[in-house]
Design a protein around this ligand. Structure first.
Ligand code: SME
Length: 162
């Protein structure tokens, strides 16, 4: 049986990632099923940081389709180049949005979402598998610390599911 998580909510952001990533890797263990891994990552990130929405959009032909997530119901499909997710997919790089109202083309699945980060997940073939999308109900939630730590995590996810 999986162990429960022990996240100290008083920790700084960097300290929290430092504690959380190894716990997450140990929870995933030798699991290679994508649904199991993505669901677990979404649950752990969401619970640890109290984000508004935490989940994945997965490449399906020429669209992104929603995958495992935690939070309110969101858009089911996103076109390439559309919104923050479609931009991260097209440009093959992370996108940090301090204020979603200032991101042209942002797709508002909920009016409560104020800032966002989207990080692509690459398979070992170099192909994009999907993106990790996290929304916050507050402005300016995400910065370089999140980008670096979440890219590390997505690199690990990409390797596990390849
Ligand atoms: N805001 C995203 C759409 C997905 S939801 O935030 C869950 C975007 O602009 O791509």
């Amino acid at each position: 049986m999986a162990e429960s998580l022990h996240i100290d909510h008083q920790l700084s952001k960097n300290a929290k990632y430092k504690q959380l990533i190894p716990e997450l890797l140990s929870l995933i263990g030798d699991e290679s099923n994508a649904t199991a891994i993505l669901s677990t990552v979404a649950a752990v990130l969401h619970e640890s940081f109290n984000f508004f929405w935490t989940g994945f959009y997965l490449v399906n032909q020429n669209e992104l389709v929603v995958g495992p997530f935690q939070g309110p119901v969101a858009c089911l499909r996103i076109q390439k180049r559309k919104g923050v997710c479609g931009t991260a997919w097209k440009e093959e790089k992370s996108v940090v949005v301090p204020d979603v109202d200032r991101f042209p083309g942002h797709i508002a699945c909920s009016a409560s979402s104020k800032s966002e980060i989207v990080v692509p997940i690459f398979l070992s073939s170099g192909e994009i598998f999907g993106v990790l999308d996290i929304d916050s109900a507050e402005l300016n939630t995400f910065d370089e610390k999140d980008r670096i730590n979440l890219e590390k995590l997505c690199k690990y996810i990409g390797a596990k599911i390849s």
